[in-house]
Design a protein around this ligand. Structure first.
Ligand code: PMP
Length: 371
């Protein structure tokens, strides 16, 4: 099986699974307890925080452990909400775990603005400049699009936001963290979401980085864990497995490898003039369409050839993929034909070549059958 749906999830590293087992079966203590072995677990959690802060390139700020990116995004948005006539700004490219929170804010009577996307999938920076003002409370622009691999210029976004308002900038970094080299301090984001299962850690665990925890309010109330920002006993095995996965990844080395894999695939696919590729800066994600061939039909045919790809974001409805591609101005026919191919650094070149040949042969067969 050639797994090319790594934007939806990745295989956990064996070493991460080892850490999971260690903290589930041996060092299973509650980190909030007073006795010595529990203190040891608490210290281990603090080491995991340090590890994430270091990988983020953060000299200040706090890591709040969560159940994954969906919760981190909800916490960043709902936790920064304040009473009064505040406005909220979201890009049209956001994942449903951000976009549907924006819709909820609207339902609750908040003023919400949506930023269109440019043809290359990046947010429209001019539109951002026009909409941000002193009433803006929060701006959400994701780092890398899970649909297209488009990379937003967060530094530019933060400069615009900070020059026109006192608003907070939240960035969903799920498809960027441990995949592209950056420093959060340089980006200028106030909060940043990460999810372990997108970088070979376990599912159901993630974190929210917050530059200034005093500006965030909890949305889950209970025992006051995580500095009162996220009550509930921490998922220690998951967090320690996430730390292990993080330590195992060499971001720039993997980037080079994946860039090469993407180039190999693009070269094969572009031999057929019916193939249309959405150019994007993240090498981890490739969105393509084959003219006249339905994306879902193609993905199903590829499954029969042992190649797994997605027709869009796996954790969203098809509508979400459409929202994003359509707001980039991609024609309806091409949206219906689109598939998403997403890599990890451990796939071989031979596997990518085989997948490329199969994508073309399946698409050509379907195309012929239709004519
Ligand atoms: N944001 C983005 C950009 C994603 O790609 C995903 C996963 N598809 C999520 C958020 C949600 O992540 P999780 O499964 O950890 O809730």
């Amino acid at each position: 099986m050639i797994f090319l749906d790594n934007a939806s999830t990745t295989k956990m590293f064996e070493s991460a699974a080892g850490q999971y087992k260690k903290y589930a079966c041996q060092l299973f203590y509650n980190p909030s307890a007073f006795y010595r072995p529990a203190r040891e677990v608490k210290n281990a959690l603090d080491e995991a925080r340090k590890c994430l802060l270091e990988r983020l390139g953060a000299k200040q700020g706090q890591i709040v452990f969560t159940s994954g990116a969906t919760e981190s995004n909800n916490l960043a948005i709902m936790g920064s909400r304040r009473n009064g006539k505040w406005e909220y700004v979201f890009s049209m490219g956001e994942h449903p775990s951000v976009f549907n929170v924006a819709k909820e804010l609207e339902r609750q009577g908040c003023v919400v603005h949506y930023l269109p996307l440019q043809n290359n999938g990046e947010v429209d920076y001019d539109a951002l400049e026009k909409v941000v003002n002193e009433k803006t409370r929060l701006v959400c622009v994701m780092h890398v699009s899970n649909e297209t691999g488009a990379l937003n210029d967060i530094k530019k976004v933060s400069k615009i936001v900070k020059s026109k308002s006192k608003a907070l900038l939240h960035v969903d970094g799920v498809q960027a963290f441990n995949k592209i080299v950056f420093s959060i301090d340089e980006l200028g984001a106030d909060s940043y979401t990460i999810s372990a299962h997108k970088f070979h850690g376990p599912k159901g665990v993630g974190a929210l980085y917050v530059r200034n925890p005093n500006l965030l309010k909890s949305i889950v109330f209970g025992g006051g864990q995580e500095n009162d920002l996220r009550s509930g006993t921490e998922n220690v095995p998951g967090i320690m497995a996430m730390k292990d996965a993080c330590e195992k990844i060499n971001v720039s080395e993997n980037f080079e490898k994946v860039q090469k894999l993407k180039n190999i695939l693009c070269n094969i696919l572009q031999k057929d003039e019916n193939v249309k590729i959405v150019e994007s800066l993240s090498p981890y994600i490739l969105s393509m369409s084959y003219r006249g061939v339905n994306g879902e039909t193609l993905a199903r045919a590829l499954q029969d050839e042992d190649v797994l790809v997605s027709t869009g974001s796996a954790c969203s409805t098809k509508k979400a993929g459409n929202r994003i591609l359509e707001s980039m101005g991609i024609r309806k026919e091409d949206v219906v034909s689109s598939i998403r191919i997403s890599f990890n650094a451990y796939i071989t070149e031979a596997e990518v070549e085989e997948a490329g040949r199969k994508i073309l042969s399946c698409a050509q067969k379907i195309h012929l059958l239709k004519i």
